[in-house]
Design a protein around this ligand. Structure first.
Ligand code: ASP
Length: 424
């Protein structure tokens, strides 16, 4: 029998998950059964992907950097990556502002919809608002202060601070590069071998992906309780989804214009990563799959992908910044809070920074929305209701955002690789 391609198996898994979820939701005991006996398999899959992410980044980045002949190539990659990432993020925010101002989806959301937000979800939001104080920017140079860890070992064992992992690895690898080959040769061999093992581990984890996706999607369906609100807020949701589709179109176009590779080549190449993103809602959990797709399917050389993908998963979240812009203006429209031009420019700045600062994890974008809303003087008394409203429809949108976020990282990987002659 011919082997069915991975993305088809994941898609079949998703459909099966929807089916199991819908059936489970019909019975009183269904949700409990799915949560207790099916969901854990999905959670294990996410954990497996996350456990591989940091070591994979360390060895593949170390391999990438130590394969360079000198340091100038590295600074070229760094400069271009940051420039491309900033460009796509600002583009996403501007696109979001254009769409939300043009279509004004929040102009007539009914009172009933607002009051449908229970006291429960509002108090949950108060917690999220408190969380933002931890996540929010502290001083102008704080980003750089936090980039440098004070303990190398704790830094490289910490999933939640990928930029510190990248910093330590680059520092270590540059030092290796500056030493004679005879001295570092044994270390290089270890890195090469570990790299091969890590890639094998990713392969093994991905064999389980279609089954894990059944579990993740079934659990999602039985746990979704706010379908009605979703419809009430559908204008916001549709606008955000349309913006995301446009972003995907822009990436495909950029890849085509810059490399002459067909749009289908790009889309088909990243499909397994997109489906993993859809099921996990986490760019970080998807990172091992993104790297694999970018290297094997899109032909980006390892020294580029090993730097561009992990940096992108951490700081480049175009769909998150698009959402910040649309959601911020949308809630202002709903609550009758007027925004002038300088407020909109403030949104461009804060939404860009917020998406850079957002964790590559489920619902991270919501926490950052507080910062954007506060920057345009949104009344703090109404913040909890505003967030509850956005949160109530956020689960499926978060899935979509993650798909677009990793697609943006893949697009920039291709562009950077092409610009440096590292695209096969
Ligand atoms: N879940 C998104 C990601 O991991 C972040 C967000 O927008 O909430 O890419």
């Amino acid at each position: 029998m011919r082997k069915i391609a991975l993305h088809w198996r994941i898609l079949i898994g998703m459909l099966l998950g929807v089916l199991i979820g819908l059936i489970g939701a019909q019975f009183s005991w269904g949700p409990g059964l799915v949560s207790d006996w099916i969901k854990p398999f999905g959670q294990i899959f996410i954990k497996l992907l996350k456990l591989i992410a940091v070591p994979l980044v360390i060895v593949s980045l170390a391999k990438g950097v130590t394969d360079f002949k000198d340091l100038s190539a590295l600074s070229k990659i760094g400069g271009r990556t940051i420039a491309f990432y900033l460009f796509t993020t600002v583009l996403a925010v501007v696109l979001g502002l254009f769409l939300v101002n043009f279509f004004a989806p929040g102009a007539n959301v009914s009172e009933e919809t607002l009051s449908a937000l229970s006291a429960d979800s509002t108090s949950m939001m108060t917690e999220k608002i408190a969380m933002k104080d931890e996540a929010g920017p502290k001083g102008p140079l704080n980003f750089f202060v936090e980039l440098v860890p004070d303990n190398m070992f704790s830094a490289i064992s910490n999933n939640s601070n990928m930029l510190q992992v990248i910093f330590v690895t680059i520092f270590f690898s540059i030092s290796m590069l500056l030493l004679p080959n005879t001295v570092v040769e044994p270390l290089k061999k270890i890195i090469d071998a570990t790299n091969a093992v890590m890639l094998k581990m990713v392969d093994l984890i991905m064999i389980t992906a279609p089954y894990a996706v059944v579990a993740l999607i079934a659990a999602l369906i039985v746990e979704t309780t706010n379908g009605e609100l979703f419809i009430a807020l559908s204008k916001y949701a549709i606008l955000l989804l349309s913006g995301m589709v446009m972003l995907l179109g822009i990436y495909t176009l950029l890849v085509y214009l810059y490399t002459k590779k067909s749009p289908l080549f790009f889309l088909r190449g990243i499909l397994p990563a997109q489906l993993t993103a859809l099921s996990t809602s986490s760019s970080m959990a998807t990172l091992p799959v993104t790297m694999r797709c970018v290297e094997e399917n899109l032909g980006v050389e390892k020294e580029i992908s090993s730097f561009v993908c992990p940096v992108g998963a951490t700081i480049n979240m175009d769909a998150t910044s698009l959402m910040q812009a649309i959601a911020a203006v949308f809630v202002c429209q709903v609550m009758g809070h007027d925004l002038n031009l300088s407020d909109q420019l403030t949104i461009v700045l804060t939404a860009t920074l917020a998406s850079i600062g957002a964790a590559a994890a489920p619902s991270a974008g919501i926490i950052m929305l507080v910062i954007v809303l506060e920057s345009v003087g949104f009344p703090s008394g109404k913040l909890a209701v505003a967030l509850a409203m956005i949160m109530s429809v956020d689960r499926p949108l978060d899935m979509g955002r993650t798909v677009i976020n990793i697609s943006g990282d893949s697009c920039v990987s291709v562009l950077v690789a092409k610009s440096l002659g590292k695209l096969r």
